[in-house]
Design a protein around this ligand. Structure first.
Ligand code: NAP
Ligand code: 8YV
Length: 323
């Protein structure tokens, strides 16, 4: 390392394993949050890197004088201003691949919970109602005979699709660019996909181009047997329109792991019996979070020791040697 102990700024919380991996090679600087106003002159001068849970604004980048790298904990980096980083030659890294299987497993669980109402069935048993009231009511919905559309067929979308093949459902997808390596039918528009399927799994990043694209028009296209599973980012689904569609019976059910204003979930969603809810736990096992922690640390170590990051995002394909 040219700089013996470069300083890494952690604005807010960070997984302990990241801190354990970095502690002996780097100086760790802490801030209570990701607010640029909290940056002291000393932190501004010393910081070379930021490790973050998906929250670094252009203002925070600008508040630090010699920032080289922002290492994000998570594959989605919608909370890091990567476009601004690109203009300043700052590399942004994320944690792709190591969480694909975990998030795909979670998606299948959420899909089955939504269709078969397993959380409500367990609550029924725990409340003693099986013995007092008899069998839990039959689920109106089933995965049998469904046609599933994937909105997004990247790393995680493909892992979901591979699992769904084993369930014997028909698969189709919408992305901007068709994949040459899959047997599923590609639709060139989201509306076209929604008209062709009865189950829509949303696994695209949260960007300006996906914001509120799953909206009233898409719910109407899915129809009254329609089911929406949202596991990418909350802003992709128009939550208000989703609540209206569920209340009106425009679609039958929804399963949500991500929300527009986390950790706040609208009471109207909580009140709907046709909704299965999870608190953004797609990747949330100890093993997978450990793998993500290691990739955050590996990116920072590789940047300062070898001159290039392991998994830079596409907007910032920089090397340290090129600085
Ligand atoms: P990825 O490999 O980059 O795949 C993204 C997919 O979305 C691609 O198929 C891409 O295809 C498509 N896409 C992007 N923008 C689009 C648009 N405007 N219209 C249509 N399709 C679009 O990403 P990934 O690793 O699968 O992760 C996907 C997202 O999942 C992450 O960004 C993150 O937000 C979310 N996530 C959530 C959890 C959780 O805990 N719930 C965990 C991990 C990740 P084209 O580029 O061809 O359009
Ligand atoms: C995050 C996620 O890591 O990777 C992503 O994009 O959404 C999750 O796996 C999680 O939100 C970290 O807090």
């Amino acid at each position: 390392m040219s700089d013996p102990r470069p300083a890494i700024l952690i604005p807010g919380k960070m997984n302990q394993r990241v801190l354990d991996r970095l502690g002996d090679r780097f100086e760790i600087l802490r801030l209570d949050g990701a607010d640029p106003a909290l940056v002291t002159p000393e932190i501004a001068t010393r910081t070379r890197a930021i490790a973050t849970f998906n929250k670094v604004s252009s203002g925070l980048m600008d508040a630090v004088d010699h920032l080289e790298i922002v290492a994000n904990f998570g594959v989605g980096y919608d909370g890091v201003d990567a476009a601004h980083a690109a203009t300043k030659g700052i590399v942004v890294t994320n944690t792709p691949n190591v969480l694909d299987d975990e998030v795909a497993d979670t998606t299948i669980g959420l899909l089955l919970n939504t269709l078969r109402r397993f959380p409500a069935a367990e609550a029924y048993l725990r409340a003693g109602k099986w013995a007092s009231d008899g069998p839990f009511p039959l689920s109106p919905l089933t995965l049998r005979g469904r046609t599933v559309g994937l909105y997004g067929l990247g790393r995680i979308g493909l892992a979901i699709a591979r699992r769904l093949e084993a369930f014997g459902v028909t698969l189709a997808y919408y992305t901007r660019n068709p994949r040459p390596d899959v047997p599923y039918r590609h639709y060139p528009t989201l509306k076209g996909l929604a008209e062709a399927v009865d189950t829509l799994i949303v696994i695209v990043p949260g960007t300006d181009s996906t914001r509120h694209t799953v909206n009233a028009e898409i719910f109407s296209a899915l129809g009254e047997k329609g089911v929406v599973i949202s596991i990418g980012r909350g802003i992709t689904v128009d939550e208000r329109a989703l609540i209206e569609a569920l209340q009106a019976g425009t679609i039958a059910a929804a399963g949500l792991d991500v929300f527009e204003n986390e950790p706040h979930v609208p009471q109207a969603l909580i009140d709907l019996p046709t909704v299965a809810l999870l608190p953004h736990v797609g990747s949330a096992s100890v093993a997978t979070r450990d793998a993500m922690s290691d990739l955050v640390a590996d990116n920072l170590i590789a940047w300062f020791e070898k001159g290039e990051a392991v998994t830079p995002v596409s907007e910032t394909p920089f090397t340290r040697r090129g600085r």
